[in-house]
Design a protein. Structure first.
Length: 407
């Protein structure tokens, strides 16, 4: 039975019965699944591995098959990668079985039951006895599933259970530097001839337009006639996964929905084909603090397909229960390496709203104006001390001069 040591996210060693490591895997990963809903509409769900993952089925293999890392989670979902090798290389094959009976992830799926997809990873075979490394995001697509992997450190078939000191780097991490060829000297002839080569002027560089700041919208969730969640913010998505995108949410066309609870509250903002889910959670049962715990981003594009990202282990906007959180300056929230949110003029209260009004606000940084009066008073006092000192100095000098004249 293999022995596994888990540190965080996917950070695993698979060992054999003699406690020798045969597989080391460390990476971050998002999963995005597109499914058909009961109303004949295609929807996408994006998520990361939860904290509770079972590793049953992981093994170092034998003479017939290579190492396998298997991770089972949720309601019947199984993600695994099995490695094979040749005399010079090794490569993994991903198998992902997701269960659309899981109503939390697929509440309205028309097709019920397990669905299995497969894909190769890494995309190209890796040199044997080297570590595969890929810091930049490496999308792996298989049918209607996209695996976004980044910060990857991986080696299968370790020599003597030790990681190699040699690396194989993915193409996304390779920086190509243009090399200018050295000028060549042609021999001079007795009767040289000259020719004029027509030149085409280079096109002018494009003018970079400033990114427009999104308008601020006021949103609320109601429990009957009473507000249970209040939010005021300008929202901008900054996506660099495929084609760089800057998307501003328009408050006039944005629809707010979600749910309120005593320990978790969800605010969903949808503007056309763009949807962002904010999940707020009390930090623990004995705590009086809450924070933004989870964010899900989905952007449906007719040409480029669906872009999506999720992070369930965030810790932004921590505030005391019963208070609101406020930040007048621009904040950048990193969801994943290719997905960021820029938030402007934020004020939000997801719990304990009273009388449809915000409670006392905890500011991300004190307003500069709050310091203006103390600074002015301090400067005035410093000036007064300086004047007193100068008056004393001038008076003393005058008295000395008078005494000299009398003498």
């Amino acid at each position: 039975m293999p022995v596994l040591f888990k540190v965080y996210a996917v950070d695993v060693e698979v060992k054999d019965d003699e406690n020798v490591t045969c597989l080391y895997a460390k990476w971050m990963m998002n999963l995005s699944i597109t499914y058909e809903s009961a109303i004949n509409e295609y929807k996408s769900v994006a998520f990361m591995f939860p904290e509770s993952v079972r590793y049953d089925g992981s093994t170092c293999g034998n003479e017939t098959y290579g190492p396998i890392l298997a991770m089972e989670f949720g309601n019947g979902h199984l993600w695994s990668i099995q490695f094979t090798k040749t005399e010079a290389t090794y490569q993994g094959s991903i198998s992902f079985t997701y269960n659309t009976n899981d109503t939390e992830l697929f509440p309205d799926a028309i097709r019920k039951g397990p669905v299995t997809t497969s894909a190769s990873f890494p995309e190209q075979p890796v040199q044997l006895y080297t570590i595969f490394r890929c810091h930049n995001m490496e999308p792996v697509e298989s049918d209607n599933v996209t695996h976004d992997l980044w910060n990857v450190t991986l080696q299968a078939f370790l020599e003597d259970g030790s990681l190699s000191n040699q690396w194989t780097v993915c193409e996304n991490d390779i920086v190509v530097t243009a090399v200018t060829p050295a000028p060549t000297t042609r021999p001079v002839t007795e009767n040289p001839t000259t020719s004029t080569v027509p030149t085409t002027p280079l096109p002018p560089l494009p003018t970079l337009l400033p990114v427009e700041v999104p308008a601020t919208g006021n949103y609320s969730l109601m429990n009957g006639s009473t507000a249970c969640l209040l939010a005021n913010l300008g929202l901008q998505l900054n996506i660099s996964q495929q084609v760089p995108l800057i998307i501003n949410f328009n408050p006039k066309t944005t629809v707010a929905s979600g749910s309120c609870g005593s320990t978790t509250s969800v605010l969903t903002l949808k503007d056309g084909s763009c949807t962002v889910d904010f999940l707020f959670a009390v930090k623990d049962t004995s705590s009086d603090r809450f924070s933004l715990k989870e964010v899900n981003i989905t952007v449906v594009q007719p040409k480029n397909g669906t872009l999506s990202a999720a992070n369930r282990s965030l810790d932004y906007w921590e505030t005391t229960l019963g208070n609101s959180y406020m930040c007048r300056k621009e904040e950048t929230l990193v969801v994943t390496s290719g997905y960021r949110m820029n938030v402007f003029d934020l004020k939000i209260q997801p719990f304990d709203v009273q009388d449809n009004e915000y409670a006392t606000a905890e500011d991300c940084s004190p307003d500069v104006d709050n310091y203006f009066v103390p600074i002015v008073v301090g400067a005035a006092l410093a000036g007064l001390v300086f004047l007193v000192f100068m008056a004393y100095f001038v008076g003393r000098t005058t008295r000395r001069n008078a005494s000299y004249e009398q003498f």
